[in-house]
Design a protein around this ligand. Sequence first.
Ligand SMILES: Cc1cc2nc3c(=O)[nH]c(=O)nc-3n(C[C@H](O)[C@H](O)[C@H](O)COP(=O)(O)O)c2cc1C
Length: 253
Amino acid sequence: MSVDPNHGSVTGDALSGACSFANEQLPTPLPAEPFAMFRAWMDEAHSKKSQPNPNAMTLCTVDPSGKPSGRVVLCRMVDGGGNYIVFFTNYDSRKGEGLEHHGYASVVFHWDHLDRQVRMEGRIVRSPAAESDAYFGRRPVMSRVAAWASDQSRPIASRADLMARNAEAERRFGIVRTGDGDEGVTVPKDIVVPRPPNWGGYRLWPEHVELWLGHSWRLHDRARWSRTLTVSRGAAGEDVLAAGAWSVTRLQP
Ligand SMILES: Cc1cc2nc3c(=O)[nH]c(=O)nc-3n(C[C@H](O)[C@H](O)[C@H](O)COP(=O)(O)O)c2cc1C
């Protein structure tokens, strides 16, 4: 049996996958802050079109009893000032419950074809309403209507019940159906679909960011940036975050 330098020998029912790493290295000295490199990696993942959703990230939350759960969401914005990233969801969902309870989350991006991983851990605050409204307004109209139909994470008796809820929401907004599926849908020209009050953005302000580059023989290159966040109370009682300077250290693989 030949030995894959990245996976070693594979026996029994172990999963195997061909993999050869690009063997890139993080710069020396390490950059003072991680966001510029994170943005560059995200841009490259988009431009290389190596995966359908390069902005997909695994969002990990902890429920009120302390138990973890993860799911994929899409990163929709990266703050130009290097402070936070933004994703959108239903505030009453299972993830929303954990986020509202603890105010902390972690995310993981994995760009498999680029041998790159980014981890972030930090504080969660809701997006300002204007940010959520602006993003919601850019979504396709049928997705905006569906946001009204779905109580995300809640049980439903059948697929037919879900479609009935969606049809009811469509009727409410004046959408007329003359066929099944995506065909035969007539949307009024002046349709207005407001953002549901329980749907919007969360900003994740990382306290820690780790950039990872894959190397053969598991000699991967890793660095972790950390900073302190301070919280004050805004005019409307909301949490206002301010970030201190980053410090950085290389990590063993
Ligand atoms: C590629 C991909 C992208 C997704 N993007 C989102 C998203 O941006 N927001 C969202 O609420 N759910 C998104 N989902 C669905 C979530 O993974 C999850 O099923 C949903 O949010 C409910 O999670 P929860 O019950 O833990 O709250 C996405 C799923 C996949 C596979």
